[in-house]
Ligand binder design. Structure first.
Ligand code: HEC
Length: 133
């Protein structure tokens, strides 16, 4: 079962390596699998369902740190809206992102997604889910 998920991911990574630094747009279907594996411990995509992290319902195009979620830390007072570029930077290193782009010094999100293709894919998934509303 696990291999069935991992093999296409490995293929996607191999392809990304061959095609060089200019990554193709993310694949939302692959991104849904990334989300299920790596994000659902702390996030739901369902409206109003907060876990350790805020619900990511409609997060693409939403003002950062603006959900009805009492435990924001690094995103308190953020004055930007989530798009592909800043999500990519945030997911690769949430703490560095918060230090660079807010007045805060740390983040409550203790997870970073190092694989660039997986970031592109999960961002495509979040965008698709947000635009389906
Ligand atoms: C260990 C728990 C944890 C994991 C795993 C995690 N997050 Fe988070 N996430 C958080 C927390 C907590 C915050 C609030 C951060 C803050 O304010 O410092 C957050 C914030 C966010 C935000 C900003 C939300 C907003 O309302 O502005 C996005 C986007 C996000 N996470 C995406 C993801 C994605 C995509 C994944 C999987 C690749 C992921 N997170 C994995 C805990 C987590």
């Amino acid at each position: 079962m696990r291999m069935a998920v991992l093999l296409p991911l490995a293929a996607a990574v191999a392809l990304a390596t061959v095609s060089g630094p200019a990554l193709a747009a993310g694949d939302a279907a692959a991104g849904e699998q990334v989300f299920k594996k790596m994000c659902t411990a702390c996030h739901s995509i369902e409206p109003g369902v907060n876990k350790t992290g805020p619900s990511l319902d409609g997060v693409y195009g939403r003002k950062a740190g603006s959900y009805d979620f009492p435990r924001y830390k690094g995103l308190v007072g953020a004055d930007f809206t989530w798009n592909s570029e800043n999500l990519n930077e945030y997911l690769s290193n949430p703490k560095a992102f918060v230090i660079a782009h807010t007045a805060n010094k740390n983040t409550a999100m203790t997870f970073s997604l190092k694989n660039e293709q997986q970031r592109e894919d999960v961002i495509a998934y979040l965008k698709q889910e947000s635009e389906a509303k």
